[in-house]
Design a protein around this ligand. Structure first.
Ligand code: ZN
Length: 122
């Protein structure tokens, strides 16, 4: 999702200003949640239902999947529209945090490449 920009052509001053702006405007949302939303179509428990004989499955059901350890995942079925809306906002809030951190990382990488201090002298 992060934009890979050709930072090499941007002045050190402009990089510092962009970084200062990102740090000033950054606010950690209390909704932040590192997870992904997955839609699933499922077969039901009724043996004679169309879903067991090649007909369309039921759904979509929306799950919030969260990895909490290597290879381990929590999967939460979202039931109410309010829950789904909150989950969407939370996942988007996390993506935003990641985007800001990525951009600051890119700027710092470029400053390091130029052998410039990462923290401007006071
Ligand atoms: Zn069914």
């Amino acid at each position: 999702m992060s934009r890979i920009q050709p930072l090499k052509r941007i002045s050190t001053l402009a990089l510092r200003q962009r970084k200062a702006h990102l740090l000033r405007s950054f606010e950690l949302s209390p909704q932040v949640l590192h997870a992904s939303l997955i839609e699933r179509f499922l077969k039901c428990g009724k043996a004679n239902c169309r879903c067991h004989t090649g007909g369309p499955k039921h759904g979509p059901f929306l799950y919030l999947n969260r990895c909490f350890a290597k290879g381990q995942m929590q999967s939460l079925l979202l039931k109410s529209p309010a829950q789904i809306e909150q989950a969407r906002r939370s996942v988007a809030a996390y993506a935003h945090v990641q985007q800001v951190l990525d951009e600051i990382s890119q700027i710092n990488h470029e400053l390091l490449r130029r052998d410039e201090p990462l923290v401007a002298a006071a």
